[in-house]
Design a protein around this ligand. Structure first.
Ligand SMILES: *Cc1c(COP(=O)(O)O)cnc(C)c1O
Length: 364
């Protein structure tokens, strides 16, 4: 596919990172630190709608300090990856689902929707321009970060009349070097992430801002990640700061919290549900309480738990603790079904396995 865009004019970077320097940065890219030469940008204003799309050099933004995003946090984002396939091609994984979710988030935050074809075009064109930045390290990919901010300079509280949509590309390595390591979780009984009627299902920066203090507490107490309970009863397990959660039982069945508006509808979550159902596994989207989790881990009824999301794909959970309890899941390592889903999903994403649901969108 030629890099040719209808809605995003290409303005080549006058002095892109030289090939040898780029190669050096790609040896061990880590996550979210290595950025490519270009970014996609498009503007929105009331009356004119979306206009002036470009793929141009990645530069710092010049913005008015009164821009409403800086004061009232009207901001949403997405996260998806482009992969190098076994046959050498490039593909995105379910980008249409990201485009739809971006608009669901926009609606919740009183922001304008971005037509799905513009979302897809911006991401595809950027990946095509930046294909040289695809890491060749095992498990590497190009992480795409579409986002939208309110850019009107006005201190009155109302939805902004102007917005900026952008897409960044970042070369990333495998999230967990040397294979998935089981993480430990701190159950937050003090802080909640989302309340009924709130923004839990929207992918907005604000959700992350409010989760950081809880994550900080988890780290301070010696755990890797925080897991949140529901805000109303402080009983039901919802999700981690940025990943959904699954429970695996002795009888081979799975459970994950239902999408009732307070958890983020993860595309990885949805893909795992589909893969599990394809295999004839019993999967329940039902609430699961912290008390049940503790009791089932102790009795052996629960044998595995894992978290999932685009960045880390599938992450085993080894140990869980709260203010006056601590328990181990299974052997404390990576469970069989957890490893299986990680393998299945990566095989589809890399084109090593049949893509029976049409999840890969080839872009070159
Ligand atoms: C993005 C995100 C997820 C995971 O969604 P994926 O589409 O699987 O990447 C889970 N929880 C939160 C809070 C998120 O922001």
């Amino acid at each position: 596919m030629e890099a040719f865009s209808v809605n995003f004019a290409f303005e080549p970077h006058p002095s892109p990172v030289p090939a040898n320097e780029r190669a050096a940065r790609l040896v061990d890219p880590g996550f979210g630190r290595v950025f490519t030469d270009h970014m996609a940008v498009m503007h929105y204003s009331e009356g004119r709608g979306w206009h002036d799309g470009r793929i141009s050099q990645r530069v710092p933004l010049t913005m008015d300090p009164a821009s409403s995003v800086l004061h009232y946090a009207q901001e949403i984002f997405e996260g998806l990856k482009a992969y190098r396939l076994e046959d050498g091609g490039l593909a995105l994984f379910r980008p249409e689902a990201n485009a739809r979710r971006f608009n669901a988030s926009a609606q919740r935050m009183a922001m304008p929707e971005l037509p799905e074809e513009l979302f897809l075009e911006s991401v595809e064109q950027l990946v095509l321009q930046e294909r040289e930045w695809m890491p060749t390290v095992e498990g590497g990919s190009l992480y795409l970060r579409p986002f939208m901010i309110a850019s009107e300079a006005f201190l009155g509280v109302k939805p902004s009349a102007e917005y900026l949509y952008m897409v960044l590309a970042s070369s990333v390595g495998a999230y967990w070097k040397g294979g998935a390591r089981a993480v430990s979780l701190w159950v937050s009984h003090d802080y909640t992430r989302a309340a009924p009627g709130g923004t839990g299902a929207a992918k907005c920066g604000g959700n992350y801002a409010t989760s950081l203090v809880a994550q900080q507490e988890a780290i301070r107490r010696g755990y890797d990640q925080v897991v949140f309970l529901d805000a109303a009863e402080r009983r039901w397990i919802e999700e981690l700061g940025g990943m959904n959660i699954f429970f695996v039982f002795e009888d081979g069945s799975l459970r994950t919290p239902p999408l009732t508006g307070t958890i983020l509808p993860g595309i990885t979550r949805d893909s795992i549900l589909q893969i599990a159902r394809d295999q004839g596994l019993i999967v329940q989207e039902e609430p699961y309480s912290i008390d049940e989790w503790r009791a089932d881990a102790a009795s052996g009824r629960l044998i595995e738990s894992f978290a999932c999301g685009t960045a880390a794909v599938v992450t085993p959970i080894g140990r869980v603790a709260g203010p006056d309890y601590e328990f181990t899941i299974g052997s404390g390592g990576t469970g069989q079904l957890t490893a299986h889903f990680l393998e299945r999903l990566t095989a589809i994403q890399r084109g090593r396995s049949k893509d029976s649901h049409g999840w890969l969108r080839r872009i070159g």
